[in-house]
Write a new protein. Structure first.
Lengths: 114, 113
């Protein structure tokens, strides 16, 4: 069964600083990988996804993520954080089988200092 | 296209009462999922439907939770009787079988007191 670990529960960065959120997964084959963002009281919004091909994936709102098979990681990055980026971020892995269910990590709460 | 619709947005009930949540997926999406998100945690899959059939309900507490998708379109998730630990946001998602595009609804926030 697949699993996802997000080691950082909370991260605080200053506005304008760079950001990296860590995600490690466990899956027996090449997974589908996703990053979602959730603002308070809101649903999940897809930031980006990786299926195959180029391991550096560009997403919305200036985010990118890099799939590193050797490290079983899919870290999310942004070069310059805006105050509006404060939210909860979830990494998820999808199984490449008939179920195609998503398994989520525990999330990282991002706070942005002015 | 319209998104995944869920209702109600909020529900407060007393323990041992019953409650039902409704989800209308994106038109044409054959796969529908119900997730439970407890405060401070990531969403956890409860049940997955393909059309009106159950694909995976291994994480559904079947002694109190039930779900149906009778016509392969909208779905209902029920809890009877509710416990305090059922307080959570219940998210519905749908997916086009031909792609890997999941769309999540805004969720129903359940508080059991």
């Amino acid at each position: 069964a697949q699993s996802v670990t997000q080691p950082d529960i909370h991260i605080t960065v200053s506005e304008g600083a760079s950001l990296e959120l860590r995600c490690n997964y466990s899956y027996g084959a090449t997974p589908y990988l996703f990053w979602y963002v959730q603002s308070p009281g809101q649903g999940l919004q897809l930031l980006l996804k990786y299926f195959s091909g180029d391991t550096l994936v560009q997403g919305i709102k200036g985010f990118e993520a890099e799939f590193k098979r050797s490290q079983s990681s899919f870290n999310l990055r942004k070069p310059s954080v805006h105050w509006s980026d404060a939210a909860e971020y979830f990494c998820a892995v999808g199984a490449r089988n008939a179920g195609n269910m998503l398994t989520f990590g525990g999330g990282t709460r991002l706070m942005v200092k002015p | 296209e319209a998104g995944v619709a869920q209702s109600p947005r909020y529900k407060i009930i007393e323990k041992r009462q019953s409650v039902a949540f409704w989800c209308n997926p994106i038109s044409g999406h054959a796969t529908l999922y119900w997730y439970q998100q407890i405060l401070g945690q990531g969403p956890k899959l409860l049940i997955q439907f393909q059309n009106n059939g159950v694909v995976d309900d291994s994480q559904l507490p079947k002694d109190r939770f039930s779900a149906e998708r009778l016509k392969g379109v909208d779905s209902t998730l029920k809890i009877q009787p509710a416990k305090l630990e059922d307080s959570a946001v219940y998210l519905c998602a749908s997916r086009n079988t031909d792609t890997y595009g999941y769309t999540f609804g805004s969720g129903t926030r359940l508080t059991v007191v």
